[in-house]
Design a protein around this ligand. Structure first.
Ligand code: NI
Length: 226
């Protein structure tokens, strides 16, 4: 399931994140790639523990904690600290799959990556290329969103970033472990939640709202792991 979450950051939050990361010192992105990823990865990243990455990451996590669409679609249990990358001058990231287990910096706690997130920090008019191409069940999907918008996709999927041939593509990327590991189950719960919200808005007080909300929570009870 690919889900676009619009306006994760408001203009002030977006400007602050950009100010922080644009003035920071970037390093070779291969520093954090696994065996397979390092061969196809060519970009820049901020060190995970840099003050700029931590401060901008905190703004993003704070914004996500109040975003109903994100919470419903991802059902996050643990969110890894947001990281930041930059592609320019033809840089690209070839087809790869994200590692399944990552360690939380600091605590060393291990997380299973269920959902991959890319939050665009540069607008589509600022660079050419730089599409995130995700192999979906129905074929490849090419994604390039406005600044401040985010795409969620299953960490199980193959994906790549096409070469950036003009300007610079700035983004935050991170992973989360979901309460519900299976993408198909998360998609069902999300569809059900959207339908319940719509019914509640259009037919306030309809007894089916309570009944369907019960079904939602009882499915979540069956499937949630923590
Ligand atoms: Ni990736």
């Amino acid at each position: 399931m690919l889900i676009a979450v619009p306006d994760v950051l408001n203009p002030a939050q977006l400007a602050e994140c950009r100010r922080l990361v644009e003035s920071a010192d970037w390093i070779d992105g291969r520093a954090t790639a696994g065996h397979q990823g390092a061969r196809v990865k060519d970009n820049q990243q901020l060190p995970v523990d840099s003050p700029a990455a931590r401060q901008a990451g905190a703004i993003i996590v704070q914004a996500l904690s109040a975003n109903a669409l994100f919470l419903s679609a991802a059902l996050p249990l643990h969110i890894l600290p947001p990281m930041f990358n930059r592609y320019a001058g033809g840089q690209t990231f070839g087809t790869h799959v994200d590692g399944s287990i990552r360690q939380m910096p600091g605590s060393g706690q291990r997380l299973r990556t269920d959902v991959s997130c890319t939050l665009f920090l540069a607008g589509p008019d600022e660079y050419d290329g730089g599409e995130l191409v995700i192999e979906d069940t129905y074929g490849p999907k090419s994604v390039k969103l406005p600044a401040g918008h985010m795409i969620l996709y299953p960490s199980t999927s193959l994906h790549r970033v096409t070469p950036v041939t003009r300007g610079a593509r700035l983004a935050s990327f991170f992973w989360l472990q979901s309460l519900v590991r299976d993408d198909a189950r998360r998609a069902l719960l999300f569809d059900l939640d959207v339908a319940i919200q719509r019914l509640g808005a259009e037919q306030a007080g309809h007894p089916s709202v309570v009944q369907l909300t019960g079904v939602y929570h009882n499915l979540l009870r069956q499937w949630a792991e923590m």
